[in-house]
Design a binder for this molecule. Structure first.
Ligand SMILES: [Cu+2]
Length: 649
């Protein structure tokens, strides 16, 4: 017999109850900024880097319920450019007052969208820069795309105390051209973002612009034929519900969040089982993204963007009004952020939710009985897409009917180019068009998973498979078994993947057993992965030390949110995971955070030009003894899905 699927909207939490972890509304952003502006400590020149929810302690989130007013606080990162100082300001929206106003000496705040645009205008107007353009035959600076890049540790002595970026430039020969087809070689400005001044312009010598156009837009290419319409139809509507920021689909329950730095955040992910929601993950987000490039030439060797810590993938999030690739019935959520004047603005359709058919879920044909049982898999997809200059990252969280969760990241957009002189070759990239080099590079994502498998206290085992030595115990030589190693402290939990031993990491709740007497758990199953090729003493490895391990486990600490530290911009290195884990804290039967580093190795192909077919990376979380048996037995056969359309048999 099949148990009844849970009906959305029927549990005790009630409908659309606001949660203390809901992102700030436009009104709340306005209120927070107004309170700060009214404080005598705020100068008129103050820039707002981010205005986001200060997430309340877990105990408050757990205790929140309908009718209970939640404490609401805004966490504001602001910049006083004349002081060259970053401030962290906490504002109570409940009381309407400043809670704390803290300078962060030495911190270099991330680049804001306003600064990004102002930097481009400033560089285009600079006479030294214009002279360099003229030497390259470019008379119209307005056709030059100027991209500010984090300067990292590549500063001079006289730069001390400055908040700097350096620029990479590209040229549009025609207004609608792909600028990355014409990288402007050897001309770089260094800009002080606080003073909004060009500090210096360096010209390493002219290399002519490559001749290609890199056109890829509709109209530039005559379309192939034969692709007939493929439509996804959900005649009875979707099977999920969205109430405020709460999502329910099948037995999954979770809340969505969004902020300037991490973009989409998933909160309180749980699975309904036996009439109650069993927690799995308290909070999940992609917490850092670093892209080290391999080209050793001057300036090219500085390219190692921290897209989350130096800029923020929330502010880079696309409005999916302009290009959403999902098929079927789609629900969108808008995101609200603050610009650098503290004004709220909306990214319309920032988060996309839809269901996808996902092929076979399970099947067995009993030949003797002539009976086949087969079920189709389906997943709920929660996604957002960002544009980081030339590149697109599409993030997809998948929830499955069998209790599985996956993160898949699709990398697309345009590979970063550099010009080569006629006849010049390079070992550090691939020539993708005449005199156009796409350098080798890697993308390292760090996914922060604040776990709570059936409760707040968890332990992590590393599980390898090993052959059993030949002998009495293994007379046929066939035996293999798993070896579980409990990771007891932070230093023991800095791990690498091991595909040839079938390695996975198992997060268990040691205090709760399933019906078979085993501790309930979820396993993290790595997909393809890699390590950095940059030397250990390279600047980028020091600044993004998290890249050197695939798994880190830390005890939960409220302030430990970002694996390369809170302010990676111009940070000399060592912050975040490498620093925290020096304490070697115990992680057994504790409130745990898993940090999974996911590396995508990119040796560009000619086929990646002029726009790259999406490359995929990801990992999975699968229940391991969380249930007593296959939890998807109750998925009905496809032919009994929902009401039938008239005429359908
Ligand atoms: Cu790439």
């Amino acid at each position: 017999m099949r148990s009844q699927p849970a009906t959305p909207g029927q549990d005790a939490a009630g409908l659309a109850a606001p949660s203390p972890i809901d992102p700030l509304s436009a009104e709340e952003i306005r209120q927070a900024v107004k309170i700060i502006r009214a404080d005598r400590r705020a100068s008129p020149a103050m820039r707002f880097v981010s205005v986001s929810l200060r997430e309340p302690p877990k105990s408050e989130v757990a205790a929140a319920g309908p009718g209970r007013a939640a404490r609401r606080e805004a966490f504001v990162v602001a910049l006083e450019p004349h002081e060259h100082m970053t401030y962290e300001i906490t504002v109570s929206l409940t009381v309407g007052a400043i809670v704390s106003w803290r300078p962060v000496p030495g911190a270099r705040a991330p680049v804001t969208l306003g600064e990004y645009a102002a930097c481009e205008r400033l560089v285009r107007a600079d006479q030294r820069f214009r002279k360099g353009l003229r030497l390259r035959g470019i008379d119209d600076p307005e056709r030059v795309l100027v991209e500010p890049w984090g300067i990292g540790t590549f500063t001079r002595e006289e730069d001390e105390g400055r908040r700097l970026v350096w620029t990479l430039c590209f040229y549009r020969a025609h207004p609608r051209d792909n600028p990355y087809a014409k990288p402007i070689h050897g001309l770089h400005a260094v800009v002080d973002l606080d003073d909004m001044a060009v500090v210096r312009v360096e010209d390493l010598g002219v290399v002519p612009l490559p001749p290609g156009t890199g056109a890829y837009e509709a109209g530039a290419v005559s379309p192939r034929s034969g692709l007939r319409p493929l439509e996804i139809s959900q005649p009875a509507g979707v099977s999920f519900s969205v109430n405020g920021w709460e999502v329910r689909w099948q037995k999954w329950r979770f809340r969505l969040g969004f902020n300037a730095r991490e973009g989409l955040v998933l909160h309180t992910i749980g699975y309904e089982d036996g009439g109650r929601v069993r927690p799995v993950i308290y909070r999940a987000s992609v917490a850092e993204l670093v892209i080290p490039y391999a080209d050793p030439r001057p300036f090219q060797g500085w390219r190692n963007a921290f897209d989350i810590g130096e800029y923020g993938i929330g502010i880079m999030t696309n409005s999916l009004e302009l290009g959403c690739d999902c098929l079927g019935e789609i629900r969108y959520l808008d995101a609200c952020l603050a610009d650098d004047q503290g004004e709220p603005y909306t990214i319309k359709n920032a988060i996309c939710l839809h269901e996808e058919d996902s092929g076979i879920l399970w099947k067995h044909f009993d030949a003797a009985l002539g009976l086949a049982e087969v079920r189709r898999n389906r997943r709920l997809v929660v996604s957002f897409i960002i544009t980081a200059g030339n590149y697109e990252y599409a993030f997809y969280w998948y929830f499955y009917t069998d209790g599985g969760i996956e993160l898949e990241i699709k990398l697309t957009g345009i590979v970063l180019t550099a010009a080569l002189a006629a006849g010049e070759a390079s070992e550090y990239g691939t020539i993708v068009a005449d005199r156009t080099l796409a350098a080798h590079h890697q993308h390292f994502f760090c996914v922060r998973l604040d776990m709570e498998v059936d409760g707040p206290r968890n332990s992590v085992y590393e599980v390898d498979t090993e052959p059993v030595p030949a002998g009495q115990e293994n007379p046929y030589g066939n035996a293999f078994r798993t070896r579980r190693t409990l990771l007891r402290t932070e230093s023991q939990a800095q791990r690498l993947i091991s595909p040839l031993t079938g390695r996975y990491w198992l997060v268990v709740n040691p205090e709760i057993a399933n019906g078979l007497g085993q501790p309930v758990g979820y396993k993290l199953v790595p997909g393809g992965n890699i390590l950095p090729f940059a030397h250990d003493d390279a600047s980028v490895v020091g600044r993004a030390g998290f890249m050197t391990r695939h798994l880190w486990v830390t005890p939960f600490a409220e302030a430990e949110l970002f694996p390369a530290g809170a302010y990676p911009n111009q940070h000399p290195g060592g912050a975040g995971l490498p620093k925290w884990t020096k304490a070697d804290r115990p992680i057994e039967n504790a409130d745990l955070v898993l940090w999974y580093t996911l590396g995508s190795h990119h040796i560009p192909r000619p086929e990646d030009w002029p726009v790259m077919p999406a490359e995929r990376v990801g990992f999975a979380l699968k229940p391991f003894g969380f249930f007593d048996a296959n939890p998807s037995l109750d998925v009905p056969p496809s032919n009994s899905h929902g009401p039938r359309l008239e005429g359908q048999r």
